[in-house]
Design a binder for this molecule. Structure first.
Ligand SMILES: [Zn+2]
Length: 71
């Protein structure tokens, strides 16, 4: 399940949530100030899934391991 980070436009706090695909965070509340309408940021884990498709193993640098040598 992809993990997303949501930035709060009110206080600048970041809320991390596991979300179903397609959810955009409009229903989420900031964990710090309770503001709604958070802005989604793609986490590191999720961005690997976009380029590689599988979400684990492989990365944008083309390695087939766990990226210990390519970052
Ligand atoms: Zn906030």
């Amino acid at each position: 399940m992809p993990m997303y980070e949501f930035g709060c436009p009110n206080c600048g706090g970041v809320t991390t949530e596991l979300c179903k695909m397609g959810e955009i965070g409009e229903q989420l509340m900031c964990s710090k100030c309770g503001h709604t309408g958070l802005t989604k940021h793609i986490s590191g884990f999720a961005s690997l899934g976009i380029s590689g498709g599988a979400g684990s193993g492989g990365c944008s640098s083309g390695c087939s391991g766990n990226c210990t040598g390519c970052q």
